[in-house]
Design a protein around this ligand. Structure first.
Ligand code: AP5
Length: 214
């Protein structure tokens, strides 16, 4: 199964993608996680990407598209994948369609997780992330069992640099301008599943898996 997660920053794409990856035994590929790992490891890519991410802007396509295309030809993607945070521009979507048409065929579903902007600001201020396994928590809605410690791997949780309110507002503006048009792009291919992302995490997951036919 080849799935794309659409939706605003903080809509819950990463949270749902992790659960879906486990259920369907396919890799969860998050461009945001890849960039953050490169920033942490001090690579050239991380150095270039950091300025854009901290400003709430998109990392340029020339640093992003080949990175994802190379990842999709890995052996673990043979039975499908979940793309979280890619594509984010019409150009990225077209490049993905071109690449998949030449190899394994078009994506199966683009899951649009819908959450209003006003809820997003609140979610971001309470988000805590695991630097090791990428799990995402919320101090009020989805708290870890032990404060600031990841349930899955025991690492200490951290707050993302780009979760400051001003940066979140910028990210939302960029989303509406550059990424939301992808909903029309994938609707024209008859691939979009729309999900109400304001419900509790498990209810959102149930709604998605019901629509996926399982
Ligand atoms: P990225 O890491 O992809 O960030 P994003 O899309 O902005 O999405 P987030 O990770 O912020 O949110 P999410 O939807 O995954 O929500 P989550 O599940 O964590 O990208 C970061 C940056 O990298 C971009 O700004 C850009 O600069 C760059 N980048 C990445 N990909 C790129 C690309 N393709 N091209 C160019 N640049 C790119 O949930 C959010 C919070 O809500 C958490 O606290 C969570 O616990 C909580 N939550 C989740 N579900 C629920 C629920 N149902 N109810 C209540 N709370 C919930």
């Amino acid at each position: 199964m080849k799935i794309i997660m659409l939706g605003a920053p903080g809509a819950g794409k990463g949270t749902q993608a992790m659960m879906l990856a486990e259920k369907y035994s396919i890799p969860h590929i998050s461009t945001g996680d890849i960039f953050r790992a490169n920033i942490k490891n001090g690579t050239e890519l991380g150095r270039k990407a950091k300025a854009y991410i901290d400003a709430g802007a998109l990392v340029p396509d020339e640093l992003t598209i080949d990175l994802v295309m190379d990842r999709l030809v890995s052996d673990d993607c043979a039975n499908g994948f979940i793309l979280d945070g890619f594509p984010r521009t019409i150009n990225q979507a077209k490049k993905l369609t071109e690449a998949l048409t030449k190899s394994s065929g078009e994506i199966d579903w683009a899951i649009d997780v819908e959450v209003p902007d006003e809820d997003i600001i609140n979610r971001m201020s309470g988000r805590r992330m695991c630097p090791s396994c990428g799990a995402s928590y919320h101090i009020a809605h989805i708290p870890p069992k032990k404060e600031d410690i990841c349930d899955h791997c025991g690492a200490e949780l951290y707050i993302r640099e780009d979760d400051k309110e001003e940066t979140v507002k910028k990210r939302l503006a960029v989303y509406h301008e550059q990424t939301q048009p992808l909903i029309d792009y994938y609707s024209s291919l008859d691939r979009v599943i729309t999900i109400d992302g304001t419900k509790a995490m498990d209810a959102v997951f149930k709604a998605i898996t019901e629509k996926l036919g399982d």
